[in-house]
Design a protein around this ligand. Sequence first.
Ligand code: HSE
Length: 322
Amino acid sequence: MTVLKTARVRVPASTANLGPGFDTLGMALSLYAWIELKESGQTAFHLYGDEMNGIPQDKTNLIYKVAQMVFREAGVSVPELDVSMYSDIPLTRGLGSSASAIVGALVAANTLIGSPLPDSKLFDMASAIEKHPDNVGASLFGGIITAMWDGKHAKHLRLEPDANLEVLVVIPDFQLPTSKAREVLPAHVSLNDAVYNVSHASMLVAALVSGRTDLIAEAMQDRLHQPYRAALVPGMTEILQDAHHYGALGVALSGAGPTLLALADRRENRRTELEQYLTETMRKEGITASVLKLRPESEGVKVYTDEKEIPFMDMIKGEVTI
Ligand code: HSE
């Protein structure tokens, strides 16, 4: 198998759950990480951007380890890699930073060895590494995805996000590891709560497919994870209850949090009012938070085919959106 000189990819951030679709629904967002892999005589790392602080720069690095899984699966040996990464995706905030690293490493490594593994295999591998398919599916395929994973194989359907949908994310100035946000969840739930979530997640998907934005606020409500996680995110209960009065079409905890996500209709032009409400509510709880105005990203991971002569950071500089 021929090993290419360089493989470069851009991966979108993602939000998971969208309220009731726990471990099931995901949406790609217009915030990105870029990864470059090169075969090399000696493994080296070039990590750029504030979000890369503290990331291991040896063979315990997630990108390196995931790339080696791809090579093993494909029966190819590429033991030494030159790894470059730049990311605008905040770490451990519920915006899929680890999923973007996993998906980026899988696709870049696969590209480097001539793409022997199909996307479906990469999705299975990504779901097994991340332990749920929602963030990785969104980063891999883009748009809104609804996913199923049986512990071995993952399947998804992709929905095209409404062109008028915009996304405000309010990112608190503290990290919340997914493991901690999963520890607070009960092992068993009542039949009533299960039915509540099945009905709301189904209605949300139908509302998104049919453009019934009037149903989104109610359909985004959840009883499986948000009520338990609210204690970990000051201001969350109030925002989930009241954000629709300030122009949100719907609001949810983004993935495992602590980021909160509000969907809005760009034609209504209430972005400033919503942004002020979100930051002010957090501030009242003593939490500093920043708001990013994003949009759903239709494109999943993007493989660059013709920019390889441009230095990695020069190529990215032209594309950074925040
Ligand atoms: N579905 C996962 C959770 C997403 O809510 O724990 C984690 O990013």
